[in-house]
Design a binder for this molecule. Structure first.
Ligand SMILES: [Zn+2]
Length: 103
């Protein structure tokens, strides 16, 4: 398992994915959140749970891409799934691992 070095590294990663997925971030925060890994508003306010910093980087990538794709695809339908697969490969495996990680 490979963890994030620090919050700054995680934020850099979010901004890299945002640029790649054409999402305009207005604000970006990594902070404690209750029972949630992330919340993002269409206005471009991105919030990620600081608990992600204690998990494998792969899982952080999963949450980041999952949330950012919702800017263009608001559901978990066919298009969203194919984009997830295109960017992350076997994302269902990551989803299952994240569900096992305690919130
Ligand atoms: Zn979702």
């Amino acid at each position: 398992m490979k963890r994030w070095r620090d919050k700054a590294e995680f934020k850099t990663r979010v901004l890299e994915w945002a640029a790649k997925l054409d999402v305009r971030a207005r604000s970006l925060a990594v902070r404690p959140m209750r029972r949630k890994w992330a919340s993002c508003s269409t206005a471009g306010n991105l919030n990620f749970s600081s608990e992600l910093l204690d998990l494998d980087r792969e899982l952080g990538d999963y949450v980041i891409v999952h949330e950012l794709l919702h800017f263009s695809v608001p559901n978990h339908g066919k298009l969203w799934k194919s984009l997830m697969r295109a960017h992350l490969g076997d994302y269902e495996r990551l989803d299952a691992r994240l569900r096992q990680a305690a919130l």
